[in-house]
Design a binder for this molecule. Structure first.
Ligand code: MG
Ligand code: MG
Length: 269
């Protein structure tokens, strides 16, 4: 079942989105060599609770933290640990969710630590760009496949053959963090659910420098690239309005990024 939200419910999701944006910003400021992934989790939880919100992840199917912290070949769902210290040359995906009055926001960034090499810098850039290409392709009355296709096409337009992870994808979001529909990061346009007013989606391309195959570790959570290659993961929650896409987990609603893509959307609070 796809949950359609009222404007008032979307407004609550915007509040949750801004809490997530703030939490990720607070964490990003502290990402450096020597910091543990548990330290970063503490920062995120403190920020979320300080805003009067609740962490989405903590306790979700027993997940023990408020962020997922996935380092290097870890793609998603890494568990923050007090003995996992970041080192120069690492990359870390930080995924975070928050609940305001029962409504969720969900977003992720991947951040380099020190010198990571140009191929990894490019992996991060290309992955984030594909997320925005997905939003830019979304139109009221369009189809879910338009987003999936735009993400894939964006990722394929490079000399390097990136691994587009197929086992995981984006999702509907609202009164639960994960709702229908599942959103593939590849596919054909004009297929799938109709994009309508009140639909909210978390879009999250996961991309590796090598093969797309992943495996879950024995901890029951951490998903790693089978070939051990570096992975990147970017995510935002968005909805569609009469004036275009509104990225609920971006502080400016997406205005700056869309401008880079030649798309004008209204500034929003
Ligand atoms: Mg997420
Ligand atoms: Mg998500």
């Amino acid at each position: 079942m796809i949950q359609i939200k009222t404007d008032d419910e979307i407004a609550l999701m915007r509040q949750a989105g801004l809490v997530v944006a703030g939490a990720l910003q607070a964490v990003r400021r502290e990402v450096r060599a020597g910091v543990t992934t548990r330290d970063l989790d503490d920062i995120a939880e403190r920020h979320i609770r300080g805003q009067g919100a609740t962490p989405s992840f903590l306790g979700y199917h027993g997940f023990p933290a408020s962020i997922c912290a996935s380092v290097n070949e870890e793609v998603v769902h890494g568990i923050p640990r007090a003995d996992k210290r970041l080192r120069d040359g690492d990359v870390i995906s930080i995924d975070c969710g928050a609940i305001v009055d029962g409504y969720h926001g969900d977003a992720a960034i991947t951040v380099p630590i020190g010198d990571v090499g140009p191929d990894v810098v490019e992996l991060l850039r290309v992955t984030e760009q594909s997320l925005w290409a997905g939003f830019a392709a979304a139109r009221l009355g369009g189809r879910l496949g338009d987003i999936s296709h735009a993400i894939e096409r964006s990722l394929r337009g490079h000399d390097h053959n990136y691994g587009i992870v197929r086992n995981y994808g984006g999702h509907g979001i609202g009164t639960e963090m994960h709702q229908d529909p599942h959103v593939l990061n590849y596919g054909r346009p004009g297929r799938g659910a109709k994009l309508v007013h009140g639909l909210a989606l978390a879009i999250e391309p996961m991309v590796t420098l090598g093969k797309p195959d992943t495996v879950e570790l024995d901890d029951g959570w951490t998903v790693v690239a089978v070939d051990g290659s570096y992975a990147a993961h970017f995510e935002h929650t968005f909805t569609l309005t009469d004036d275009g896409p509104w990225v609920l987990t971006a502080e400016d609603g997406g205005v700056a990024k869309f401008a880079e893509l030649g798309l004008t959307v209204p500034a929003r609070g």
